[in-house]
Design a protein around this ligand. Structure first.
Ligand SMILES: Cc1cc2nc3c(=O)[nH]c(=O)nc-3n(C[C@H](O)[C@H](O)[C@H](O)COP(=O)(O)OP(=O)(O)OC[C@H]3O[C@@H](n4cnc5c(N)ncnc54)[C@H](O)[C@@H]3O)c2cc1C
Ligand code: SF4
Length: 459
């Protein structure tokens, strides 16, 4: 199939995009939009593409999703817009994600001259955004459109959050992330301050005493969840630091991650399969994945499972690791047992029951635990004044992102938990950005392609 490569990512060519847009039924109550966490007006952006107007299509998408191209590529579309598309009943759904990425890629290939003047006035209220991941970037976009001045404080050296330091390069080239994110951060009124971490370099009180009128927290979850009896064995790796090392190697000249020829990954989500994929690309000859779920129960997308399968990963489904120890020659000896679900349809560890007689042993020289993420302890300490739930997540009003402390808002993984999506974080960041603007008495600009106020936000 003919494709163009823009900023490292394969995209549709214009003729394909127009032809695909012509397949759309232009549904009146478009279920694709209802299924999009960011509420992208799919029918209208596809109509613009039909008339060969990718710029207008991108304006429609960016009205509610500032990471249009990235989400088009990494969203689990079969569970969202494409899963809801009425074309499924006829044959194939519209390739909504590919069309969305095409619109963003067209803009990257034919950039408009950036505005050098304009932007918020010097007496506009200043807002601090902590974390330059999808939630922080979406909050920044909404705030600056409403006329606030925004300073983004980012702990790492580059923006993008998990898109820069988690999602593997083979799935989402950083050149593409950078091409979508840089114009937002270069807008008048936005300043990025990399290498500055909440808890390490400044506190919430410091931000208010420096004159910021409100704070948005989009710090994500950066501590790998631990598996009792496994994580504490010396030499066992965890997905997040492993993937961060691989991302730094691919993108920022870091050393390569160390992987032996036989690798075992524990977990059944997309992060586990990303770890399997990166292990295979980093020199592992065999990769085995052990997880509680059957293939159709795994949280990973069908695309990720099929990809890992095709690249040679072996799956041990409905099985759990009971014991892991170091054997001779630095090998790990892993004991596993088959499980069944006590209560059907509830695929969580405390619902798993061991099946005696199904014990099996595995051997590996690299073990990667990929069972989820938790809040960073430094961030938890820095946010000790905020109400948090039992998992350490920041408690927020779901409509506005307001926390228990006046003027402090939060969204994305740090408030909603792990195992979620880029687009959900974008939606929460945008919602909170608009709520902060309303809290500061700023009115969002009006016009057909400006962000509408979500429910619960009173201007
Ligand atoms: C390996 C992996 C693969 C994934 N693949 C997909 C996918 O294919 N599709 C999909 O939709 N979702 C995917 N996800 C989920 C998605 O990436 C997250 O849900 C999303 O990035 C969360 O956005 P966020 O802005 O809340 O947090 P993050 O993306 O985690 O960004 C938080 C930012 O805050 C910064 N930060 C942290 N602590 C501090 C501090 N103390 N001070 C200042 N800054 C700080 C971090 O450096 C980071 O830049 C994946 C997640 C992982 C881990
Ligand atoms: S549901 Fe499918 S066919 Fe209908 S408007 Fe959305 S993309 Fe087009």
């Amino acid at each position: 199939m003919v494709q163009q490569v823009v900023a490292g990512l394969s995209c549709l060519v214009p003729a394909q995009a127009v032809a695909e847009a012509h397949r759309c039924l232009m549904c009146h109550d478009a279920p694709c939009t209802a299924a999009c966490p960011a509420g992208v007006d799919v029918m209208h952006f596809i109509r613009a593409l039909r008339f060969d107007n990718p710029r207008r299509a991108l304006e429609v998408i960016r009205r509610t999703n500032v990471l249009a191209g990235i989400c088009g590529a990494v969203c689990p579309k079969e569970r969202l817009c494409e899963g809801a598309c009425l074309r499924n009943a006829l044959r194939d759904p519209i390739r909504i994600g590919a069309l969305q990425t095409f619109a963003a890629a067209h803009e990257m290939a034919h950039p408009r001259r950036a505005a050098r003047a304009g932007g918020p006035s010097s007496d506009a209220p200043a807002v601090a955004v902590v974390g330059a991941g999808p939630a922080g970037l979406a909050a920044t976009d909404a705030l600056v459109r409403c006329g606030a001045r925004v300073t983004v404080f980012e702990a790492r050296e580059a923006p993008g959050g998990m898109l820069a330091y988690g999602v593997p390069e083979a799935r989402m080239p950083y050149a593409f992330v950078n091409a979508e994110v840089s114009p937002l951060l270069a807008r008048p009124g936005v300043e990025l301050t990399p290498g500055r971490a909440l808890g390490r370099d400044f506190s919430l009180d410091d931000l208010f005493s420096r004159g910021f009128r409100a704070v948005f927290l989009g710090v994500g979850l950066w501590k790998a969840a631990r598996l009792a009896g496994v994580s504490e064995v010396p030499g066992v790796l965890h997905a997040l630091p492993f993937l961060e090392a691989a991302a730094r190697h691919a993108r920022f000249h870091g050393p390569p991650p160390a992987v032996g020829p036989r690798c075992l990954v524990i977990g059944g989500g997309s992060v586990a399969l990303d770890s399997a994929e990166v292990a295979l690309r980093s020199g592992a000859r065999e990769v085995e994945v052990v997880c509680l779920e059957n293939t159709d129960e795994m949280p990973a997308t069908r695309e990720d499972i099929a990809g890992a399968w095709q690249r040679g990963a072996r799956f041990f489904n409905r099985r759990r690791v009971t014991r892991l120890q170091r054997g001779p020659d630095a090998f790990f000896l892993i004991e596993t047992i088959g499980i069944r679900w006590k209560e059907p349809g509830r695929f969580v560890p405390d619902n798993a029951e061991d099946l005696p007689g199904t014990e099996a042993r595995l051997v590996a020289d690299t073990v990667i635990v990929a069972i989820g993420q938790a809040p960073d302890p430094d961030v938890v300490r820095a946010l000790s004044g905020l109400k948090r739930d039992a998992r350490g997540l920041v408690q927020v009003d779901p409509e506005t992102g307001a926390t228990s402390v006046a003027g402090v808002f939060a969204g994305g993984d740090c408030a909603s938990g792990c195992g979620r999506t880029v687009v959900a974080s974008v939606a929460e960041g945008r919602r909170a950005g608009l709520a902060i603007a309303a809290h500061l008495g700023l009115r969002p600009p009006t016009g057909p392609y400006e962000p509408a106020l979500p429910r619960g936000v009173v201007s």
